[in-house]
Design a protein around this ligand. Structure first.
Ligand code: HEM
Length: 438
């Protein structure tokens, strides 16, 4: 009896800490990320180019979105699900809080340093060390414990291919943070300001996106999508091949060998989509209880964005003149693929992780996903036309795309925060005092 009570308390503590991670991620997404991104975009559209904008501000936005939002979500979900799966709950909770404190101060400090540049030669490496320390605490907590096969799993998914992919994504995360630390040190010794030089930044971004969130999403897709979409288990061999191709692509990109890198990204994206059977006909009904029925459609749209992003980056490697093709491919990836996946799968799993709750509003989920994708379409199309000078009449569309995306992000955050504030259904019917039926 005592043991059961202790397990319940640990579960509640784990759920409390994952909720704080998720809310922190949402705050990074809304203010340092999206608001600053929209501010930058309005300035760029006003001046018909990014030449007058401080690159440190653009990088502050990118860092807040990739590490502050996506990284924070991945760490929180990782602490929760990996700790539960591997029976580490007892000490994982304390580590989770310590990691959260280090990570949040690191990412927050980086954002503030890029914006206000106070003592930046010190603050830049300090922020990178704090981020690395927060991550390493996570890494040592979940590393090296033998995974247990989940009952009921068989075949390719049962072979736990997804764990291998998530581990690869985690290593990509570690490499990204090490590279971030090295560039922070370099800027602090030799730079004139906290901004990373643009050619190095471009190479780093390939690592920060394709090696870490993209791979992690493939891993969690292999884990959850067969059940959520009603599709067959993933093809483990194809997924492993996609991982090898993607790793080679990242290596080429880091070496600034752009044409082979982008060709390989396109091949990796196509192979991963085939391996996950995203576009295959479902063989049973999707599980959409508690979410909007359009959920499977948006997951597939996200993978279409992944393919679009890879193809646009291939054209960027050949023809980009003013950053429009690179910017469009980056946002097709970050907003179209990564954010759509987080909006869709996040609203499917997070209410349960954060206290066995039910999503506040499936309708709001649909509106957020629809606005996000309309905003992304406007952004990607107009960024190519306006920045590259093919169709300057598209400049005024850019701020409109920002309004769509900000509204989408805000609705997503509201839906999750209201969900976390509600009493979970399993507690609603409990008697308030001990006077209920025995
Ligand atoms: C309201 C939504 C968003 C707006 C208005 C926005 C705006 C911008 C702008 C204006 C830039 C400068 C480069 C360019 O013109 O393309 C930029 C760069 C970037 N954005 Fe966004 N963005 C948004 C959402 C996101 C999201 C959701 C992510 C990631 C999950 C993201 C990641 C990045 C990255 C990594 C960069 C490159 C930063 C660098 O150069 O180091 N953005 N964004």
């Amino acid at each position: 009896m005592g043991d059961i009570e202790a397990i319940k308390q640990h579960e509640a503590a784990l759920q409390g800490s994952v909720t704080v991670w998720i809310v922190t991620g949402l705050l990074f997404m809304l203010l340092p990320g999206t608001l600053l991104g929209a501010w930058n975009l309005i300035a760029i559209s006003d001046q018909r180019g990014a030449a007058h904008l401080d690159p440190a501000w653009i990088q502050a936005h990118g860092h807040a979105q990739i590490f502050g939002w996506i990284g924070t979500f991945i760490l929180g979900i990782g602490f929760y699900s990996l700790s539960k799966m591997r029976g580490l709950a007892r000490f994982a909770v304390t580590r989770s809080w310590a990691s959260w404190a280090l990570w949040t101060s690191g990412v927050g400090l980086r954002w503030a340093t890029n914006l206000w540049q106070w003592q930046w030669r010190w603050m830049l490496p300090v922020s990178a060390v704090l981020e690395l320390a927060g991550f390493l605490l996570f890494f040592i907590t979940v590393r090296g414990h033998r995974s247990e096969k989940n009952p009921g799993e068989s075949g390719a998914a049962g072979s736990q291919v997804w764990i291998g992919i998530v581990v690869a994504g985690t290593l990509g995360f570690l490499l990204s943070l090490l590279a971030n630390f090295a560039t922070a040190l370099q800027a602090s010794f030799f730079g004139a300001n906290p901004a990373v030089a643009s050619d190095l930044d471009q190479r780093l971004l390939a690592l920060f996106t394709w090696a870490f969130p993209v791979v992690t999403i493939w891993g969690f897709s292999a884990r959850w999508l067969p059940v959520f979409l009603g599709i067959a288990n993933p093809n483990g061999l194809l997924l492993r091949i996609a991982l090898v191709i993607n790793t080679s692509a990242v290596a080429c990109a880091v070496g600034a060998w752009w044409i082979p890198a982008t060709m390989l990204f396109a091949l990796a994206a196509a192979t991963a989509s085939a391996g996950l059977r995203i576009f295959a006909h479902p063989n049973r009904p999707p599980k959409v209880v508690g979410v909007h029925p359009s959920f499977p459609l948006f997951v597939r749209i996200a993978y279409v964005w992944l393919l679009i992003s890879a193809c646009v980056s291939l054209s960027a490697a050949g023809w980009d003149k003013a950053g429009g093709l690179w910017g469009a491919s980056r946002h097709a990836l970050t907003v179209g693929f990564i954010s759509t996946m987080v909006f869709a799968v996040g609203q499917r799993v997070l209410p349960a992780f954060c206290g066995m709750r039910v999503l506040f509003s499936p309708a709001l989920m649909f509106v957020a996903l629809a606005l996000l994708n309309i905003g992304c379409l406007l952004r990607v199309g107009s960024e190519i036309g306006a920045y590259e000078g093919y169709l300057p009449a598209l400049w005024p569309v850019l701020p409109v795309s920002a309004v769509f995306e900000i509204t989408a992000m805000t609705l997503f955050a509201i839906n999750l925060i209201v969900t976390f504030g509600q009493v979970p259904p399993h507690l609603r019917s409990l008697p308030k005092t001990g006077s209920g039926p025995a």
